[in-house]
Design a protein around this ligand. Structure first.
Ligand code: PEP
Ligand code: MG
Length: 575
């Protein structure tokens, strides 16, 4: 039966492929097929993980904390029993051997079968035992995932796969890159969550906030994913498939045509030059940046170097990453943001999870709290500075005191390098992100103390409208056209322009065609966006007259009725 579900479109394009559901445990599990000669090794990996888990549980039982309830022993005994049960261990081993799948997938499948059996019990107590099965399997999966260097091979499926998950963290998504999913669907997530941003970076259609996709879609269902409309069609008939294949071909043609603009200058009809730069997460994104003719890197989210690993990248490793990007971009500017860890980008193994991480020890706050970590990054950045046109951008600054402390640390790192005779550029511009409403409202201190500004609309909207950008329940309230947001944007852009301090927008708004003219009308001359959006944005710039849009943008700024604002915006974009 064909049916359709709707979510939030976060990454454009059309994909057609088979559904691949990932586990409903908190640990998402990837499925891949192994060649015959690796099966014995996979079985021994499973057995080792089962043994380690057994040892962990036994140790817990032996060293039971004094204050633990008496049930603790019984609970551990039950978990040890489940672990040794042949429905898990033997059945998983058999499955690896017969179906050539990875250990995680075999375990997850056995767990699902057992959970279904428990759910069928009439007795409430027995029904509840499914939770114990899940917890035990999760524990083994954790041990399995802790095997460093175990990189799953590319799946050997003939047909493309659509990843269907409850949620995927940005770190998971980065790991999934080589596994060639043609699209990504998640139950959770907002349009500007980092998961969505990374999905865009992978250039795959992505729909988030689908609520119950994993309940409605079955493994191997045929899916059409329309990343522009946020629509997923399950088991389409022949006609629909043909229609979407045609649309897919048309989109590929449009993309091909845009390539002609790669070397064209981004200039408005009235001759004003606009800088269109690229956002990147890793040095490996560089080819895309160059292919799309970016005028520089406007945002390198350096914290992605820190994800998916047990250790932290040392100074040398960071230096090499920064130097690679600087050299790759030649004379063009490269804006490297100091790391924005915390919130939805946690270090692996981070134990302290704040009750509200977006408002917690995140970004520059973490750097100031742990200056040693920050200094390592700054040393690497300044050492790399001689290899290109570096700018350093500091995230989440809220006011004067943080700016002063940050500049002080930067100065002291420079002095340290000079004392050690290490070469670096002394005049690297230092900029600040405007992404906290307080920063936008107290702009004076930012323009006085910093060399440039970059507006992070993703967080500015999150914090101004009090909407968690990762929470799909409130995603519908995430509104870049809210009058408060428009006022803040216009004020920051004109305030920076008046003070002669370069300002750009590097949040997701910068790459959305619907907002290009609006931001130009506010006086913005520098945009930074995902590389895949650059050429379409250039086309929009080339067809815009600043003189013509001026009056209409001012009208939008004065309007307070959301319907009226949308109407005016449509007029602005139709011109
Ligand atoms: C932003 O907040 O708009 C931004 C560009 O930073 P990030 O999305 O990495 O938080
Ligand atoms: Mg931000």
């Amino acid at each position: 039966m064909t049916f359709t579900i709707h979510g939030l479109p976060v990454s454009n394009g059309i994909a057609i492929g088979h559904a691949h559901l990932v586990s409903h445990t908190s640990l998402e599990v990837v499925h891949y097929v192994l060649p015959k000669n690796l099966l014995a090794e996979e079985v021994s990996r499973l057995e080792k993980a089962l043994k380690t888990t057994h040892a962990e549980l036994s140790a817990l039982r032996e060293n039971r904390p004094q204050q633990a309830a008496a049930e603790f022993d019984a609970f551990l005994d039950l978990h040890l029993m489940i672990l040794s049960d042949e429905h898990i261990s033997h059945a998983a081993r058999d499955m690896i051997q017969h179906e050539h799948c990875n250990a995680e997938w075999a375990l997850k499948t056995q767990m699902d079968t057992l959970v279904a059996q428990f759910e069928a019990f009439d007795d409430a107590y027995l029904r509840e035992r499914k939770t114990d099965v899940i917890q035990v399997v999760e524990r083994v999966l954790k041990v399995l995932s802790g095997h460093p260097g175990h990189v799953p091979p590319t799946p050997q499926h003939d047909i493309e796969m659509v990843l269907v998950a409850h949620d995927v963290s940005p770190a998971d998504l980065i790991q999934l890159t080589p596994h060639q999913f043609c699209a990504i669907l998640t139950d959770l997530g907002g349009a500007t969550s980092h998961t969505a941003i990374v999905a865009r970076g992978l250039n795959k259609p992505c729909v988030v906030g689908l609520h119950n996709a994993r309940e409605l879609i079955k493994d191997r269902d045929m899916l059409i994913v329309d990343g522009e409309q946020g629509v997923v069609i399950i088991n389409p008939d022949k006609n629909l498939l043909a229609e979407y294949k045609l649309r897919q071909a048309e989109l590929a043609l449009e993309k091909q045509k845009l390539k002609r603009l790669r070397t064209a200058r981004a200039t408005t009809l009235d001759g004003t030059r606009i800088e269109l730069q690229a956002n990147i997460e890793l040095p490996s994104d560089l080819p895309q940046v160059l292919e799309n003719g970016a005028a520089g890197v406007g945002l390198f989210r350096s914290e992605f170097l820190f994800l998916n690993r047990d250790d932290l990248p040392d100074e040398e490793e960071q230096f090499i990453a920064y130097r690679t990007v600087l050299e790759g971009m030649g004379d063009l500017p490269v804006t490297i943001r100091t790391y924005d860890l915390g919130a939805d980008k946690q270090l692996k193994g981070a134990t302290r999870v704040a009750s509200n991480p977006a408002l917690g020890l995140r970004a520059i706050r973490l750097c100031l709290a742990e200056p040693q970590l920050f200094r390592v990054q700054l040393r690497a950045l300044f050492r790399a500075s001689i290899y290109g046109n570096l700018k350093i951008l500091v995230p989440m600054l809220s006011g004067a005191s943080e700016i002063i402390q940050t500049l002080h640390i930067i100065e002291s790192v420079k002095q340290e390098l000079a004392a050690q005779g290490v070469e670096y550029k002394a005049d690297v511009p230092i900029g600040g992100m405007i992404e906290i409403p307080a920063a936008a409202l107290a702009l004076n201190v930012f323009v006085k103390k910093l060399d440039f500004l970059s507006i992070g609309t993703n967080d500015l909207i999150q914090y101004t409208l009090a909407i968690d950008r990762t929470d799909e329940e409130v995603a519908h309230l995430y509104d870049p056209l809210h009058p408060a947001i428009l006022q803040l944007l216009s004020q920051v852009i004109s305030g920076a322009n008046k003070a002669n301090v370069p300002v750009s927008v590097c949040g997701e708004m910068a790459g959305e065609l619907a907002y290009t003219r609006l931001l130009l009308g506010f006086g913005l001359r520098q945009f930074s966006m995902h590389p895949a959006q650059l050429l379409a944005s250039k086309q929009r710039v080339l067809t815009t007259s600043l003189t013509e849009i001026s009056a209409l943008t001012q009208k939008i700024l004065r309007a307070d009725d959301p319907i009226k604002i949308r109407e005016l915006l449509d007029r602005l974009n139709a011109a």
